[in-house]
Write a protein that binds this ligand. Structure first.
Ligand SMILES: Nc1ncnc2c1ncn2[C@@H]1O[C@H](COP(=O)(O)OP(=O)(O)OP(=O)(O)O)[C@@H](O)[C@H]1O
Ligand SMILES: [Mg+2]
Length: 238
């Protein structure tokens, strides 16, 4: 699936001018995104903002289809990309954009950057994936939770007790050794995120810290976009 047209320029992203704010938390599997999303949601709610959190592969329309296809190992590079893109398209339509229009703070636990990393590691053309997600609004703030591979592995094995088939890239035959496969797959994912750090305005946050310290860092950045515009508008709605 090589990019046959001559354009190497990434597509223009869709900027939104809704009263709400779109905050994205990105990072590899098990890095602590959901923990931080929850803490951020609680803080924003206490500060008086309406908040909604939405996770990757959570659309009612498509998530069970993805799960079923994954359990049968029935996805190829393109169908994998298209199903996940449909998941985000559905959530944008039904959750994210309505919430932004209503002036809410929307926290996305993963956004199209996850696809830009995963789909490319699964063989998709980087420009093709970026164009595929051309329908999605640009976030106001993107955190990339970054953590070295070895402590990440220790955290995942300690907290979950095992490694996941897909999170280890076993479906694309990286290695028959699950541990080795996880390392190979996740290091390629991390490489793609590193590349994106120059392409997109990621706020890079060290995830190899206590949850409180990471959260403190996140709040400092979120505070800046609240002070500028959102807070007054969202507060007026209460
Ligand atoms: N900063 C941290 N230090 C130590 N442990 C943490 C930290 N943040 C989260 N954890 C723990 O690590 C595990 C994974 O955290 P969490 O579920 O937030 O990660 P995630 O990135 O959402 O994972 P997934 O990719 O599975 O959705 C949990 O058991 C959580 O309590
Ligand atoms: Mg999670």
């Amino acid at each position: 699936m090589k990019n046959e047209n001559n354009s190497t320029k990434p597509p223009e992203r869709v900027r939104h001018d809704y009263p709400g704010k779109l905050i994205v938390i990105e990072g590899t599997d098990g890095v602590g995104r959901s923990t931080q999303a929850e803490l951020l949601k609680n803080w924003l709610a206490v500060e008086g903002f309406g908040v909604t959190v939405t996770g990757w592969k959570s659309s009612i329309l498509i998530s069970t289809v993805i799960e079923k296809a994954k359990s049968k190992n029935a996805l190829n590079t393109i169908t994998f990309s298209l199903l996940y893109a449909t998941d985000l398209a559905d959530r944008l339509n039904n959750i994210i954009v309505p919430a932004l229009k209503a002036g809410l703070m929307v926290i996305c636990d993963r956004y199209y950057y996850t696809a830009f990393a995963r789909d490319v590691v699964r063989g998709a053309d980087p420009q093709w994936v970026r164009k595929l997600y051309g329908f999605a609004v640009e976030p106001d703030l993107v955190f990339y939770l970054k953590m070295p591979l070895d402590p990440l592995l220790r955290r995942i094995i300690t907290t979950r007790g095992s490694l996941d088939f897909y999170e280890s890239g076993r479906d694309i035959g990286m290695s028959t050794d699950l541990y080795q496969s996880f390392k190979l797959y996740q290091s390629q994912i991390m490489f793609e995120y590193e590349q994106m750090m120059t392409e997109f305005p990621f706020v890079v946050v060290s995830a190899d810290e206590t949850p409180d310290k990471i959260q403190h860092n996140l709040r400092q950045h979120v505070g800046k976009i609240l002070d500028r515009e959102s807070k007054s508008e969202a507060m007026l709605m209460l």
